[in-house]
Design a protein around this ligand. Structure first.
Ligand code: ZN
Length: 448
């Protein structure tokens, strides 16, 4: 690290960039991310870095910049989205687009998801340039539009990957969600995201014999469907241990120790996992997460049947949100669901996206663990799998695997995930500075 690097000043800088970004209303819809892209571009130009502004539609801007390395190694990509979900100002202590600093926090929509990370990445990128750090690989920084709604036709990464893939090619990408501390079993645990579940939304349909409700019979579609979806909830789907889950259980059980560490260790075996989830950790707040990490899930979220009280309808339909583990295709997942629902139930897939998994057996992953632990001695860092999805899925299409690593040290009792998309979203001032330093150490060590 350059001698002249002054961390208090760099931390203030990251916080100021965050405040600047929070004051730009990039609520999606409509997005309007160009204001953020242009603001970032101005900052980059001010440091003699020439950014590329790319937009697939007016106001939906993306900005990309690159620091050239010797080319000895492939590039590293730091990326994040600048759009945010809507906020209801009447429920906020400080207005959601104020960027106010109060009680040790920067307040605003996007402080966690994910303008805080974009501000940290920008700071790290500028520090590398300003201090002339000699790079063995290019470092790319991209702040993109339209993650929160986006999808296949997004104005952000999905579009960039389709139209400008060469700007984004890298050995790895670093983005949300991970690198923040949670208190688990009395230990500080930092999850680093290495995998994302896939999505498979379905309509499932039962057929039966229509008839007059005054003469009930055994071929009632509503009853067939109710029994099938009740089985889905009570039986669930089979146990599978993917690499990310094995890595999480390995690191977390060893690091946490005690009875909870022991319970985590027993989750590695299909013989004991059911007992641990249903009995030992029955009421534990992490049970839903652990269960989702070890199983494909299929959650019934809607039911529709019938049109008149005295008519037995010929069909009944349910909507099911399916989430698939790494290693599963839509076909292999649907086969698992069919085995529980029964052959008589029709399954129609309405939306699908594949799961992702990045190896945690890499030099970059080990470096992230090392730097987190260097700056928070005694803490545990573990690979983990997110049950939702991020923009990482688009980069995976051009062969760029991602890690969710947005280092942030949270004060005791602060529940990160509960403030995601919620009222009073805020990031701790000190924790942001801390995380900027961790990220800088990782990026400079990996690239210099
Ligand atoms: Zn996000």
């Amino acid at each position: 690290m350059p001698q002249s690097l002054n961390w208090p000043t760099a931390s203030v800088e990251a916080v100021q960039y965050l405040q600047m970004l929070l004051r730009l209303d990039t609520t999606n819809p409509p997005g309007n991310e160009s204001v953020a892209a242009e603001t970032i571009a101005d900052i980059l130009r001010g440091e003699n870095i020439e950014p590329l502004l790319l937009a697939s539609a007016p106001t939906r801007g993306n900005v990309i910049a690159r620091l050239r390395g010797s080319g000895e190694k492939p590039p590293l990509l730091l990326y994040g989205h600048t759009d945010v979900v809507p906020a209801e100002p009447q429920y906020w202590t400080h207005p959601p687009f104020s960027g106010n600093i109060a009680e040790g926090f920067v307040w605003g929509r996007g402080a966690l998801d994910m303008k805080g990370t974009v501000a940290q990445q920008l700071t790290v990128f500028l520090l590398l340039k300003r201090h002339g750090v000699p790079l063995r690989r290019d470092v790319i920084f991209a702040a993109t539009a339209d993650e929160e709604i986006g999808g296949e036709d997004s104005f952000g990464l999905a579009w960039l990957v389709k139209h400008h893939p060469d700007l984004l090619r890298a050995e790895f990408g670093i983005t949300e969600v991970g690198g923040y501390n949670m208190s688990v079993g009395g230990k500080s645990v930092y999850p680093i995201q290495v995998a994302e579940k896939g999505t498979c939304w379905m309509k499932v349909r039962a057929k039966g014999r229509p008839g007059h409700a005054s003469m009930p019979h055994d071929d009632n579609s509503v009853i067939h469907l109710s029994r099938a979806v009740a089985r889905l909830a009570s039986e669930g789907l089979p146990y599978h241990l993917c690499d990310a889950a094995a890595g999480f259980l390995e690191s977390a059980s060893a690091g946490i120790g005690g009875p909870f560490g022991e319970a985590l260790s027993r989750l590695k075996s299909p013989q004991s996992a059911r007992q641990v989830l249903d009995v030992t950790l029955k009421d534990h707040e992490l049970k839903p997460f652990l269960n989702a990490m070890l199983h494909n899930t299929a959650t019934v979220t809607g039911l529709a049947a019938g049109y008149k009280t005295n008519v037995i309808p010929s069909a009944a339909e349910a909507t099911v949100d399916g989430r698939t583990l790494p290693g599963f295709t839509t076909e292999s997942f649907v086969a698992e669901v069919r085995a529980v629902l029964g052959e008589a139930i029709e399954i129609e897939v309405t939306m699908e996206s594949p799961p992702l998994e990045t190896s945690h057996d890499t030099a970059l992953f080990r470096l992230m663990v090392e730097k987190l632990q260097a700056h928070d001695p005694g803490a545990v860092a573990a690979p983990y799998m997110m049950t939702g999805a991020t923009d990482a899925k688009y980069l995976a299409r051009i062969g760029v695997p991602s890690y969710g690593f947005a280092p942030l040290k949270l004060p005791p009792g602060f529940r990160y995930t509960e403030l995601f998309h919620a009222h009073n979203e805020r990031a701790p001032v000190d924790g942001l500075g801390w995380g900027t330093r961790v990220l800088y150490d990782v990026v400079s060590d990996y690239c210099a």
